[in-house]
Design a protein. Structure first.
Length: 133
C-alpha cells in the first residue's frame, strides 16, 4: 500500500499492515516490524522514514535496524496523509475528519514528537507548501 526508498533499500507497507524490507533485487522480503501501518502512511527522510499506525507515529532509522521507535501518540478521525518538511524537520499529519467539517493538520517535531501546532484546513489536505518564494 505504500513504499519508500532509504539507503538503496525499499521499505513496503503491505495491505495487511506488515512492514517489509527489500534490500536488493536478489533478496527476498524481510520483516522489519510488526506494526500495522495504514495505507499511504510512510514518508521518507534523509536518514530513514516515518510511519503512521492510526494512533501513533513511529520513526525508523538505520541506527536501530529500521525497527520502529515510537515518536508520539496522536489519533485521527480519518487519516488522509503524512508529509515531511526536511528544512524544518517537521511532520504534518492530515486528518479528513468526517469529510464535512474543516479538516485538521497537525505539525509535529520530527525529533522530539512534540505537537508544534494543530490547525484547520480546507477540503482533503494531503501536502504542505514548503516554500513561499
Amino acid at each position: 500500500q505504500a513504499i519508500v526508498s532509504v539507503e538503496e533499500q525499499l521499505f513496503l507497507a503491505l495491505a495487511d499492515g506488515r512492514l517489509m524490507r527489500w534490500a536488493h533485487p536478489d533478496s527476498s522480503l524481510q520483516s522489519v516490524d510488526s506494526l500495522s501501518v495504514l495505507p499511504d502512511a510512510l514518508i521518507a527522510t534523509d536518514d530513514g522514514f516515518y510511519c503512521y499506525t492510526g494512533d501513533s507515529i513511529f520513526r525508523h532509522t538505520a541506527a536501530n535496524q529500521f525497527m520502529g521507535q515510537a515518536l508520539c501518540a496522536i489519533a485521527t478521525e480519518n487519516f488522509y496523509g503524512l508529509d515531511w518538511d526536511a528544512a524544518s524537520h517537521t511532520l504534518c499529519l492530515f486528518d479528513a475528519r468526517q469529510y464535512v467539517q474543516p479538516h485538521r493538520v497537525s505539525r509535529i517535531d520530527g525529533a522530539s514528537g512534540d505537537l508544534l501546532n494543530d490547525f484547520e484546513a480546507g477540503a482533503l489536505p494531503n501536502g504542505m507548501l514548503k516554500d513561499w518564494d
